[in-house]
Design a protein around this ligand. Structure first.
Ligand code: MLT
Length: 238
């Protein structure tokens, strides 16, 4: 059987180097966009509409939707909430559609348009995501959202976790995938301590939202895989 490619794109700034029209793109923004999306969809949000700009989010104002906007880790003034997973609990999002814009995560989702499929990954749904990927015939591109086009540790580490999980499968890895897996193997026994080194942990700590960091490192507490269907992320029907 021909090997499928499993590649890692360490930042959206490198995405133009990848051909992904036939690939499944997994968008990763561990702190916090893709963790919150997984949690919201698991908690019954009908859909989440990722938009690139605050203006685009604002344009949904007179709809029945909840509007969520985050920039630089903070809720943008005038919006219902931002990007904390604790804003995506069942009581807040069940049955609702949320329009979401974030500094990096929603940007990466929008850049992935044109892929065969766009799905959302986080530690919350790692096993469900990987089990599903294994059963697909397509190449896979793991897209780390990074921070303002720079590489970050937490997204790279998660990409490494996916590579590690899929290790036994018939995939051809690129160097970024191998490096990510090495990082994951080094850090996996205590992700929380390792990720304290990250610049975004520092940023969130200064904002007093360290609990969000811990929450985003919960392993396999959700089973759903958010998938982009037109403009909306919805729970994949498997
Ligand atoms: C993002 O999309 O840039 C992030 O999720 C930032 C955050 O809210 O922590």
């Amino acid at each position: 059987m021909q090997k499928r490619n499993l590649e890692v794109c360490l930042t959206p700034a490198l995405l133009h180097l990848h051909v992904f029209t036939q690939s499944i793109v997994v968008v990763i923004d561990i702190f916090r966009a893709t963790s919150s999306i997984c949690y919201g969809i698991e908690n019954g949000a009908e859909s989440i509409i990722p938009v690139a700009t605050i203006e685009a989010c604002e344009s949904y104002r007179h709809s029945e939707y909840l509007l969520a906007a985050e920039r630089n880790g903070e809720v943008v003034d005038g919006f219902d909430f931002g990007n904390s997973p604790f804003s995506y609990t069942e009581d807040k999002v069940s049955g609702k559609t949320i329009v979401l814009t974030t500094t990096n995560g929603t940007h990466a989702i929008n850049m992935s348009r044109g892929a065969h499929k766009i799905v959302i990954g986080s530690f919350l749904n790692l096993a469900a995501l990987c089990d599903w990927l294994k059963a697909q015939p397509n190449d896979v591109l793991l897209l780390c959202s990074g921070w303002k086009d720079k590489v970050n540790l937490e997204d790279t580490l998660f990409a490494g976790g996916v590579v590690h999980y899929l290790r036994e499968e018939n995939y051809a890895l690129d160097d970024a995938g191998i490096a990510s897996e090495d990082l994951y193997i080094m850090a996996k026994d205590d992700l929380n301590t390792y990720l304290k080194k990250t610049s975004h942990s520092e940023r969130l700590k200064k904002l007093g939202i360290e609990e969000d960091i811990k929450f985003c490192l919960n392993l396999n507490i959700t089973k759903g895989i958010p998938v982009l269907d037109g403009e909306r992320l919805v729970k994949m029907i498997i």
